[in-house]
Structure formats: C-alpha cells, structure tokens
Design a protein around this ligand. Structure first.
Ligand SMILES: [Zn+2]
Ligand SMILES: [Zn+2]
Length: 367
C-alpha cells in the first residue's frame, strides 16, 4: 500500500521547495523503506534546484539521509528492520568499475542517481494521481521517509546522533575521501585546501587526523578561515585578490605536497598547480561551470607533479563510511562545528543560509 509521507517538493527550476504530502510506493526487491531522522544539504542539491541537469520535476531531492529501517524488500541481508542507517549514492554492483570496488565510477551512475525513477522503472511518489519524481541518489531524503537500496544503505553505530551522521553520506565522504584515498595524505606532507566550505573542511579534517605538518586553508570568507583554525589549520590565507601562490610559497618554500581544490575555478586550480612541491599532487572534486578551461605551463607536471580528479572521495560507502565514522567516534574527525540543524519545514531558509555562508553544513531534522 502506498504510504503518505511529508516531503519538500521542488516544482520549478530555480523555485523554492514546498512542504507537501505525497504517497510513497512500497519497497520492491533489493529496496528498503527508511524512516528518515535527518538529511544534510549538499551543493549537488542546490545545483539541481538552480540549473537544468536532466532530472525531471516535480521532484524530491536530498542525498545525505540518515534514519531507521522500517521495511526491507526481498534479498536485502546486511541490514534489518530497526537498524540505524546512513544513506549514500547508488551504484549498480554489476559493471566493471563496481566489480573492481570503484562504485563511485559506476557505468550506471547517472541512471541510478539522477533519472527521477526507481531502477525498476516505478515513479516513487504520487500526489493526486500525478507523478512526483525521486530516487535522487538512490534516496530522495528531503522527506520523512524514503526508498533506498541495499548497496547505498550503510549500518550506523548506536552512539552517533542522526544529524551528525547524515553528512557522511556525501559531503564528508567526498572531502575526507579525497584527502585519505585520492591523495593519501601523511604526516610528512604539507597540505592545503582551496575553498574551505563543508567539503573542503572535511578534507582538512582528514589532514589533521593524519598529522600533516603544515595545514593551510584558503578561502574568500574570513569566518570560514576562523573555523578552519578552530578545526586544526596551522595557517590560513584570505583570498582577497592577493597572490595565493606567493602566499603558499611564503609558508612552505619548497611547495605544497598535497592540495585539494573545491572551487572548480580555473585561476585557483592553476595557482594550486604552480604551488605544488616536486612529486606533489592536486586533486579537484568540484564540477566546473560549463565551458571552463584551465591553462597551465605543462612543464609544471615534470618533477612528478600530478593533477587528479575524484567523485565521492574515491570511496565505496559500505567500507569507507563506517571507517570514517569510527575515526569520528575515536575523536579523530570532529566535524560537529560544521553542522547547523534546521527543521525540514525550514529547508528554504537552510538553503539560503548555506548560500550566504551563515551555515557551513545545514542538516534538516524530521520531527
Ligand atoms: Zn556499476
Ligand atoms: Zn552531495
């Protein structure tokens, strides 16, 4: 029987969310019904809200859900009714990249995360008989209930509050994974993050955990740099038009060993490349604006430097998220200062606060 749920529905590109009642389908084979307690807001939600990305409307977005399993479809074994869980991105489990333990590069990523319908073709929600699309990142968690899949549902320890757990599903995984997995930051490295929003600060927290000797945060917003210092940055650079590369060289004369770029801005990435030490690595994780091109002197790459790109922190959620949450539980990854809670009904205010910088990581809580 379809179930009435409360959801933040996006009806128009560029428009606000409206809190509405919709009917959610029952979980099919390999699917789960989740009672959501919290969902973080990520820049990917904001991108789909603002710009045409091939996703049908009206739709329920939200892809950092956390909650409790209410029902499981046939074939779901690793979680049971009553388990606390975190939801991440969906992957097929059958393609070559999934088979090589790289579900973040799943051949079916777009179909499973952006199509607006479930993989079995069902429209997940209806209102007065009309379709309301969903299945966003295998969830659609701006709601009090969602359908998820075995592969993107990760078991959560009892002692982590849902509002702190939710952002592990995407933003924290993306930032921290880029530092731990893509760049394998170590104590002997100097580290810099360009763009100190929630994803950048998550990357920086990984560098703090690994004990990097110099940890530099760069941003245009002074308050974010203050937060970066609280979280363990040894140096900060306010990007107010000054020469960032020269500022980095003034801190570490031989260049920076590991850099994460979260800005997707070509002058910033170019400055980062030029600031790398020999054998240094720069990883970019942001989707750049259409038409963006980066020019740089290719001789920069001689000397063993490399430019890398990664999505979802090069992480398999089933192994990486529990590992990262254990780092958090051990006091080695303290992202709590990033999180600001809002009731689901205040979603438009939360999105505005994220855009203005008032909130670093807004997390919606369902009551
Ligand atoms: Zn796949
Ligand atoms: Zn995201």
């Amino acid at each position: 029987m379809p179930m009435p749920v409360r959801a933040a529905v996006l009806r128009q590109r560029g428009g606000p969310y409206a809190i509405e009642q919709v009917e959610l389908v029952d979980p099919g084979p390999g699917q789960l019904l989740i009672k959501l307690a919290a969902c973080g807001i990520c820049f990917t939600d904001v991108g789909v809200q603002r710009y045409e990305q091939g996703t049908p409307l009206p739709q329920v977005l939200g892809h950092e859900g956390a909650g409790t399993v209410l029902a499981v479809g046939a074939g779901v074994r690793h979680v049971a009714v009553g388990d606390r869980v975190v939801l991440s991105y969906a992957s097929c489990g059958a393609c070559a990249n999934c088979g090589h333990d790289h579900p973040q590069y799943c051949s079916n990523f777009m179909a499973l995360n952006y199509a607006g319908v479930l993989p079995d073709g069902r429209v997940p929600m209806r209102q007065n008989g009309q379709p309301v699309y969903g299945g966003f990142f295998g969830q659609s968690s701006f709601a009090d209930h969602a359908i998820a899949y075995a592969r993107n549902t990760v078991k959560l320890a009892d002692d982590v509050p849902f509002a702190l757990a939710a952002p592990f599903g995407c933003g924290l995984q993306t930032g921290a994974g880029t530092a731990y997995n893509t760049l394998n930051v170590q104590a002997e490295h100097s580290f810099a993050v360009m763009g100190a929003g929630s994803v950048g600060l998550a990357a920086m927290l990984a560098a703090v955990d690994r004990g990097c000797h110099s940890i530099i945060a760069i941003d245009r917003v002074a308050e974010r740099l203050e937060l970066a210092r609280q979280l363990g940055a040894t140096h900060t650079i306010l990007a107010d038009g000054r020469d960032v590369m020269a500022a980095l060289r003034a801190i570490v004369a031989i260049g920076i060993d590991r850099i994460v770029d979260t800005t997707g801005a070509s002058p910033v990435i170019r400055a980062g490349l030029e600031a790398l030490a020999s054998r240094g690595e720069l990883a970019m994780l942001a989707v750049t604006a259409p038409g963006t091109e980066i020019t740089f002197n290719p001789n920069t790459l001689l000397g063993g430097r490399s430019l890398k790109g990664a999505v979802e922190g090069d992480a398999d959620p089933q192994s990486f998220i529990p590992w990262l949450i254990d780092r958090h539980r051990a006091g080695r990854f303290n992202h709590a200062p990033l999180v600001r809670e809002y009731p689901l009904e205040a979603i438009n205010e939360a999105v505005a606060d994220m855009a203005s910088g008032k909130a670093v990581k807004p997390v919606l809580v369902m009551r």
